[in-house]
Design a protein. Structure first.
Length: 76
């Protein structure tokens, strides 16, 4: 199994586990939506030709940094 398949399989398991959970419906809905959004992002990142686990993590770290900067400098 390749990197992409393994990661997306884990995403699917997380979503299935949340669907079976006993938490409130609003919490469950929010968690499932967040997991589905994460899966979509990971599909894009893992779909890059020749990517390996280290490169995928570096892309996500850089993305996190960009989001943090955008939040810190946003004027409310």
């Amino acid at each position: 199994m390749g990197l992409k398949e393994g990661i997306l399989e884990r995403c699917d398991r997380n979503i299935a586990e949340m669907e079976k959970s006993n938490c409130s419906s609003s919490t469950k809905k929010h968690s499932i939506e967040r997991s589905q959004a994460s899966k979509q992002i990971l599909e894009i990142i893992c779909g890059i030709q020749g990517i390996n686990a280290y490169t995928a993590m570096q892309i996500l770290k850089e993305t996190e940094s960009i989001i943090n900067d955008a939040i810190m400098f946003k004027k409310f």
